[in-house]
Design a protein. Structure first.
Length: 96
């Protein structure tokens, strides 16, 4: 659950680039090199879960944010910025 302002910041789904001029998966135009070792050539290696952790439960967060989905919903806050989005005072929730 994210606020309206943070919806624009959500990352996109991982899909390959379209096969056209200038795409990163083509060999011409400064794209991919043939027989290139990706571990040696990349400066910053992509990690699927990132390095961010939830501020409440210390679980790894898959988006760039402060809270995981479970903690954000139970507290009624935006997962990315922490702004109050939902009033959960009358909700019947458990810690499980």
């Amino acid at each position: 659950m994210v606020c309206e302002k943070c919806e624009k910041k959500l990352s996109k789904v991982i899909v390959p680039d379209k096969w056209k001029e200038g795409a990163s998966n083509t060999t011409e135009g400064g794209g991919r090199k043939i027989n290139e070792n990706k571990l040696l050539s990349k400066k910053k290696r992509w990690t699927p879960y990132g390095n961010t952790k939830c501020m409440i439960c210390k679980q790894q967060v898959h988006q760039d944010g402060k809270y995981c989905h479970t903690c954000a919903y139970s507290k009624g806050v935006c997962a990315m910025c922490g702004k109050q989005v939902l009033d959960t005072k009358l909700y019947k929730q458990s810690n499980v």
